[in-house]
Ligand binder design. Structure first.
Ligand SMILES: [Zn+2]
Length: 109
């Protein structure tokens, strides 16, 4: 489990950052620190390299419906235990900054 977590489920999702499915990503832009709930259809490495190279999805898709490859939204509180995430960050700022540096390439625009 991640060293920076308020509870087990939160830490488990932090450990999933960049992997397809649901995850939690640490974000730092200047002095603005926070966590973002993120979902990906593909692993970050696959999405970046395969889609750019092929200029298409890395799987065959013949439907007409639009699909979302990824989505992201900021979080104020842990959805599992209710912890105020800004308080968690303030109490663990060096660990958060290290985590956000590792997650920097995973944030969505
Ligand atoms: Zn929690």
């Amino acid at each position: 489990m991640s060293t920076l977590a308020c509870c087990g489920p939160f830490g488990a999702l932090v450990d999933e950052a960049g992997i397809r499915g649901l995850s939690i990503v640490a974000s730092r832009v200047g002095q603005a620190r926070g966590f973002r709930l993120q979902t990906r259809a593909f692993d970050a490495a696959t999405e970046a390299s395969e889609i750019a190279r092929r200029r298409s999805l890395p799987v065959e898709y013949r439907g007409n419906a639009k699909i979302a490859l990824h989505a992201q939204i900021g979080m104020r509180f842990c959805p599992f235990c209710g912890t105020d995430l800004q308080e968690l960050i303030r109490a663990n700022e060096p660990a958060f900054d290290e985590l956000s540096a590792r997650h920097a390439g995973l944030l969505l625009p």
